[in-house]
Design a protein around this ligand. Structure first.
Ligand code: PLP
Length: 457
């Protein structure tokens, strides 16, 4: 194995890591890990530890690591044409083919796809498109965006504002005033435990309606939500949530942006979360699973309704003033084509549904009656175990006890990577969609051992 013993030092001295305690890292007090290779659901670090990655990187390596088909497609594209831009009507075979493949898989009301690089910039694009849309329709006041507490939509200026997690706002002068946060569809943390699921959905709708009433529908442009919440705790919505929310938006002519960065391309056991929950969005955000992270690429899929207005806009004012140098980068597009073919060939969407439901029920069998397990929830291969100090009252542990990170640390010792989610003691699992039943059981066994060693039985 090639060893460069200065790497740790260079890392501390030169590398500004995202979402990291900068001071502890620079002083060498915090955990760091240098990853060398990956194959299937496993990665290996430079110390020779082989770990089962039950979070698929950042829930993005959906087809698993080491897929030579994608590596070859990237290499071939790089040799043939590493780059050309997509401005003023330019394209490449890869970017055009990919847009057709995405539209073939997307809901029927979708029309075109704009390509970006990651989920954050795709959502920044979406908000600009929504503002442009309302300006073209002669409604310059209709600009505010409703998001949900605990929603995650990125960490740019606007997208960091849309994100409903404190860490992404604190000390950054966010959120912006034109972003409003409404109730998270988080049944486990409902305001009154006596509420049934249906009561809670009515409560979410009432909160949304009150917000629209208070602000004025003519000031609100769009509502953005993940079909099932990701970073805010891996929370599938209560039954009937989307069916109840959508008519309110329609009534007030508020566009719906479905942020499918995590749920797109199979994670819930359906091609899109929109299909899974019966969501009819006006714009869909895609990233992560589009290339399985073999290259950076994202997209904004725009519906016919929005597209028609965008066309009208350029007829009135000229070419749309929006674009990145790397929009529709051919290497990203080539990676995405090879990735989507693999998703089909390996039947990964179905596998996510089948193995996912086995995984969740095995976790419930193993830990469902543990006195500190408040809830085990999941949909497809997105699953969370939420810990509480007291099961009856759902009292949180004192955050200084760091129960979530301690369990995640213990899991690592047992060979499994999971993620301690922000705001609460929640362990999240989102493994590659090629996970087998045996691998799911290995994760459950490691989790059981880890929870017992931190919290007892
Ligand atoms: N939207 C959702 C739902 C996400 O989960 C993420 C990232 O985790 C983003 C947007 C932002 O994507 P990126 O980190 O690629 O900018």
């Amino acid at each position: 194995m090639l060893r460069n013993d200065q790497l740790d030092q260079w890392d501390r001295e030169n590398f500004f890591h995202p979402s990291t305690h900068l001071a502890q890292h620079a002083r060498g007090e915090a955990h760091s890990r240098i990853i060398e290779t990956g194959s299937g659901v496993h990665i290996e670090d430079r110390d020779g530890n082989r770990l089962l990655d039950a979070f698929a990187g950042l829930y993005c390596v959906n087809v698993g690591y080491g897929r030579q088909e994608i590596a070859e497609a990237i290499a071939e594209q790089a040799r043939k044409l590493a780059y050309y831009h997509a401005y003023v009507g330019h394209g490449t075979e890869a970017s055009i083919t990919l847009s057709k493949m995405i539209l073939d898989r997307a809901p029927d009301n979708m029309s075109k796809v704009y390509f970006g690089l990651g989920g954050s910039d795709a959502n920044e694009t979406n908000i600009k498109l929504v503002w442009y849309y309302n300006n073209i329709l002669g409604r310059p006041e209709k600009k505010k965006i409703i998001s949900r507490w605990r929603g995650y939509h990125g960490s740019g200026l606007m997208t960091g504002s849309l994100t409903g997690l404190e860490l992404f706002h604190k000390k950054f002068d966010l959120p912006f005033d034109n972003v409003l946060h409404t109730e998270a569809p988080y049944y486990f943390r409902r305001p009154d435990l006596a509420m049934s699921e249906a009561d809670f959905v009515s409560h979410c709708v009432a909160e949304l309606e009150a917000m629209i009433e208070r602000e004025g529908a003519d000031t609100i442009a769009a509502f953005i939500g993940e079909p099932a919440m990701g970073t805010g705790g891996l929370v599938p919505p209560p039954k009937g949530y989307w069916q109840a929310i959508q008519p309110v938006l329609k009534k007030h002519d508020i566009l719906l942006i479905a942020d499918e960065v995590v749920t797109g391309f199979g994670r819930l056991g359906s091609m899109f979360g929109s299909e899974h929950y019966g969501i009819e969005a006006d714009i869909i955000t895609i990233a992560k699973g589009l290339t399985s992270a073999y290259a950076p690429l994202s997209g904004s899929i725009v519906s016919n309704k929005v597209w028609d207005v965008l066309m009208k806009g350029t007829d009135e004012t000229g070419p749309i003033g929006h674009g990145w140098t790397y929009s529709a980068h051919p290497i990203g597009a080539a990676a995405a084509i090879a990735n989507l073919k693999l998703v089909d060939e390996l039947n990964l969407v179905e596998n996510a549904g089948v193995v996912g439901s086995h995984f969740t029920s095995a976790m419930r069998d193993a830990l469902g009656d543990h006195p500190n397990v408040g809830e085990i929830r999941g949909e497809g291969l997105l699953m969370a175990v939420e810990f509480v100090e007291d099961r009856e009252t759902r009292r949180f542990f004192d955050p200084s006890k760091k129960i979530g990170p301690t369990i995640a640390g213990e899991l690592l010792k047992n060979g499994v990577i999971a993620r301690a989610m922000p705001q609460g003691d929640i362990i999240g699992f989102a493994p590659p969609l090629c996970l087998t039943g045996d691998e799911a059981q290995q994760i459950v066994d490691a989790m059981t051992k880890s929870v017992e060693s931190v919290l007892g039985r």
